[in-house]
Design a binder for this molecule. Structure first.
Ligand SMILES: [Zn+2]
Length: 69
């Protein structure tokens, strides 16, 4: 398992923002094998964890709260 190629111009796989100094990349084997499609890791580069979560279709859901009173 190798890190994505980060030479040249590198862009976030979710929002396409140009990566300046660092990026988030997934290191989990199952995701790398089953979710990401490119051997060179070009779709496993994210500018921040929000973009990663969005790409993985993570969403915020709320606890079932009793109605206040
Ligand atoms: Zn992004």
């Amino acid at each position: 398992m190798s890190y994505p190629n980060l030479t040249g111009n590198v862009y976030c796989a979710n929002c396409s923002k140009k990566i300046q100094t660092s990026c988030i990349t997934v290191r989990e084997n199952h995701l790398i094998r089953d979710y990401f499609q490119f051997d060179d890791g070009r779709d496993n580069i994210f500018c921040n964890s929000d973009c990663l979560a969005e790409s993985l279709i993570a969403e915020e859901i709320y606890l079932n709260q009793e109605d206040g009173e």
